[in-house]
Design a protein around this ligand. Structure first.
Ligand code: SF4
Length: 257
């Protein structure tokens, strides 16, 4: 059964569902309309994954303060984590895998606030499906891309005219809404204030990953490598359908933030 079919099944069975909307959503959707549409579809709760991103930042800040000498590579990018595990296992030691990604942090918050609800992550990334199923099966997260969500709207006959009056998020967080852009983690977490600007390196794009690792290896002054596999960050993830350029996608996120 595909993930699209799984969600349709859950909706038809009137399961208690929480939509966890990734912070790249403004590229595809107006916030009021998408919250409303998800509620009409059958989600009782709709939360922003930027809530979990704040928790990711908190954990990262605490870890860096407690381990000032440790050099780290960020781990929210599921593709980059897999790239390291399969192609460069010698760097696994630097991956900050003890720190929750925004998706897993949000799922933990949701499990506490809304026990008994099925968490459904909706975002730009197909590899998040592997992060959920392989790294955190205990959180039972169903992962759909925006493209797959569109398919569900189509199959369940939910159109833009079907508006709910509940157009606010159940949980939201503004401080981490830039997370899906390259450098969003470094900029919103305050790590630059802890370890200094020169100790932070921001990189995005799979073509730049090898060079970034070589630089990280050769330059011990780099204490934090904030890296995302898609060029420009998750705003350019494969699960997004948009004619906009990377720059224009970034503008959309800035406007929403
Ligand atoms: S940068 Fe791309 S591959 Fe990495 S988490 Fe974001 S969308 Fe997925």
């Amino acid at each position: 059964m595909s993930d699209t079919e799984k969600l349709i099944d859950l909706l038809k069975n009137k399961s208690k569902l929480v939509a966890m909307l990734a912070p790249s959503f403004p590229i595809m959707y107006d916030s009021v309309k998408i919250i409303s549409k998800l509620r009409v579809l059958g989600f009782e709760k709709v939360v922003e994954v930027s809530v979990g991103a704040k928790e990711t930042n908190r954990q990262l800040g605490e870890f860096i303060k407690a381990n000032p000498e440790k050099r780290l590579i960020t781990s929210p990018c599921a593709s980059f984590v897999r790239f390291i595990r399969t192609k460069h296992p010698e760097y696994v030691q630097y991956l900050a895998l003890n720190i929750d990604s925004p998706m897993t942090a949000t799922a933990k918050i949701v499990a506490e606030k809304y026990p008994g609800y099925q968490p459904v992550f909706i975002g730009p990334c197909i590899v998040k499906k592997l992060e959920a199923s392989q790294d955190h099966p205990e959180l039972n997260i169903l992962v759909l891309t925006y493209k797959e969500l569109e398919e569900v709207f189509k199959q369940m006959n939910v159109n833009t005219e079907s508006l709910s009056s509940m157009t606010d998020f159940d949980l939201s967080e503004a401080s981490t809404r830039m997370y899906p852009t390259d450098g969003g983690l470094a900029d919103s977490s305050g790590v630059r204030n802890i370890i200094g600007d020169e100790a932070v390196r921001v990189v995005s794009g799979y073509k730049n990953c090898e060079a970034a690792l070589t630089e990280f290896q050769n330059n011990p002054k780099i204490k934090l490598l904030d890296i995302l596999f898609c060029e420009g960050g998750c705003i350019n993830g494969p699960g997004i359908t948009s004619p906009l350029s990377i720059e224009d996608r970034k503008k959309k996120i800035v406007e929403y933030t």
